[in-house]
Design a protein around this ligand. Structure first.
Ligand code: NAD
Length: 259
């Protein structure tokens, strides 16, 4: 379905981004890999994707830095012609009450989880419009739709990216470019494992009990969403069946948002 097209997935060295990169590579898209990690791990990711018969390019842009984001997009365009599928996924978390929230953590979360998507979209969209085809998929969160305590910066950034998704969907509505958000509930990735470890330490409980408590509080299915499920949804959003899905904030959350 995506043969000959190029997908840039920010934060694709781990977790959800890696799951989405795999799914898009299986559809034939060349992949621009981005994110942090040991050289050995990144080389392994590229090798695995190449084994699916696609080309890859790694660019280590820090998504908190606009100049590096510009270099990422320009390098992708120089290598592959254009970015056809843009998945804004890179993200970080920090948990604290607002009075204690470190100012530099707030700034970093807004820069990486929200402003980075403004930059990638503004830079990649002209070539998508020229080709009259493109897919912009923003990985928001169920925290783009509802809040949780101690996550002010994350919730603000994720609500922001849902709003950005809608504005871009309207600006591209008469073109072949669509823009949508995916809003996952709990997915067991390093980002969430840290919250499980912190909880286990704080409450002096085993890791499995901390996992059950985390799910029990918010996610009625009591099961984690998987990167594979999110990859399949991203691939669907790239299909012709999704041509008129525009500005959606699609929750994949085991029932979290239904409560
Ligand atoms: P993760 O920690 O496994 O992966 C994050 C990725 O982003 C990694 O590749 C990391 O290297 C990269 N990254 C972090 N900071 C970066 C920076 N400054 N520049 C470039 N890359 C950077 O986390 P994840 O759980 O896979 O999260 C991916 C996205 O999904 C995030 O936007 C997160 O908010 C969102 N999300 C996660 C969950 C969940 O339960 N895990 C739920 C909803 C939404």
């Amino acid at each position: 379905m995506l043969k000959g097209k190029t997908a840039l997935v920010t934060g694709s060295t781990s977790g959800i981004g890696l799951g989405i990169a795999r799914a898009l590579a299986k559809e034939g898209a060349n992949i621009v890999v981005n994110g942090f990690g040991e050289d050995r791990v990144i080389a392994g990711v590229e090798k695995e994707l190449q084994a699916l018969g696609v080309r890859t390019l790694y660019h280590g842009a820090d998504m908190g830095k606009p100049a590096e984001i510009e270099d990422l997009i320009r390098t992708a365009e120089r290598t592959f012609g254009r970015v056809d599928v843009l998945v804004n996924n890179a993200g970080i978390q920090f948990v604290a009450n607002i009075e204690e929230f470190p100012v530099e953590r707030w700034d970093a979360i807004i820069a990486i989880n929200l402003s980075s998507a403004f930059h990638t979209i503004r830079l990649a969209l002209p070539k998508m419009k020229q080709a009259n085809w493109g897919r912009i998929i923003n990985i928001a969160s169920v925290h783009g739709l509802v809040a949780s305590a101690q996550k002010s910066a994350y919730v603000a950034a994720k609500h922001g990216i849902v709003g950005l998704t809608k504005a871009v969907a309207l600006e591209t509505a008469t073109t072949g470019v669509t823009c949508n958000a995916i809003c996952p509930g709990w997915v067991l990735t390093p980002l969430v494992q840290k919250q499980i470890d912190d909880r286990a330490a704080r409450e002096k409980i085993p890791s499995d009990a901390a996992k059950r408590a985390l799910l029990g509080e918010k996610q009625p299915s009591l099961e984690f969403v998987t990167p594979e499920q999110l990859g399949a949804l991203a691939a669907f959003l790239c299909s012709p069946a999704a041509n008129q899905i525009r500005g959606a904030a699609w929750n994949v959350d085991g029932g979290w948002y239904a409560q």
